[in-house]
Write a protein that binds this ligand. Structure first.
Ligand SMILES: [Zn+2]
Length: 254
């Protein structure tokens, strides 16, 4: 099939084809699907949350290939995610299921881009890791990548920032996995490139909090497709799995 698959930061409205990404202030109900459809003409255009696309990409062609129950989490400028159940993407009532970044991990924590407070995103996303570190004296140049380099070089504040983020991530994963009963969690996004600085504490928190029998063998792995996972997943929106998105067929503009 020839067409265009779009993964965009959420929230999105698949039925209307509009997006309101929390990190693009000017796009409020922006008609992204129709704008793209108008410029490519005559081919199907499918729209989904970028976290859903990343998860679908890893499930079809990456670290989660063949896994039926999968949670994908993107730790980047924000924290997003997606769910696959029974091999199919789970979109939820409005098309926004899988927004793991807005699991509350600190009820009295920082204000989140969603308008709430203390979401995982306010602790583990790149900008918030850096914010937290700067408030405690880290003065490195750059963002999360520079913070990771400082941590590897032994900077105590930088190491504490990743540990705090990783613990929060692990607690959120324990909660979500308990609800969704998944085989595998695949992590993507630039902050995950920090490796064990983030994943070590995340696994530590999982071991502490994911205690039910069905959670004990939960695997958490980095994605294998890297930055293209979302693109691969967006393309997969157009394959023979349109039926998997049956509840959102109106997101297809033919
Ligand atoms: Zn939030």
């Amino acid at each position: 099939m020839c067409g265009v698959g779009i993964g965009c930061g959420g929230p999105i409205d698949p039925a209307a084809g509009t997006v309101t990404p929390v990190n693009i202030a000017d796009w409020v109900g922006f008609p992204l699907r129709d704008r793209v459809a108008g410029s490519v003409g005559g081919v199907p255009v499918a729209l989904a949350n970028d976290g859903v696309c990343m998860t679908l990409g890893e499930q079809r062609h990456g670290a989660g290939r063949g896994v039926a129950q999968l949670l994908g989490v993107v730790v980047s400028t924000g924290v997003g995610g997606g769910l696959v159940a029974g091999g199919r993407p789970v979109l939820g009532r409005s098309g926004n299921a899988g927004h793991v970044g807005h699991v509350v991990v600190e009820p009295d924590g920082a204000v989140c881009s969603c308008g709430g407070r203390g979401c995982l995103e306010t602790v583990a996303s790149g900008p918030h890791l850096v914010r937290w570190a700067r408030e405690r004296g880290w003065n490195g140049d750059g963002g999360a990548r520079a913070l990771a380099e400082s941590a590897r070089a032994g900077d105590v504040v930088a190491r504490r920032a990743f540990r705090r983020g990783g613990l929060a991530l692990g607690r959120a994963l324990a909660s979500v996995a308990a609800v969704c009963d998944v085989d595998l969690v695949v992590l993507g996004g630039g902050v995950v490139a920090a490796g064990e600085l983030l994943l070590g504490p995340a696994r530590e928190a999982l071991a502490e909090h994911a205690r039910l029998g069905y959670l004990r063998d939960l695997r958490v792995v980095p994605g294998s497709l890297g930055a293209v996972a979302g693109l691969v997943g967006a393309a997969a929106l157009l394959d023979g799995d349109a039926a998997t998105l049956a509840g959102h067929r109106t997101s297809y503009c033919r």
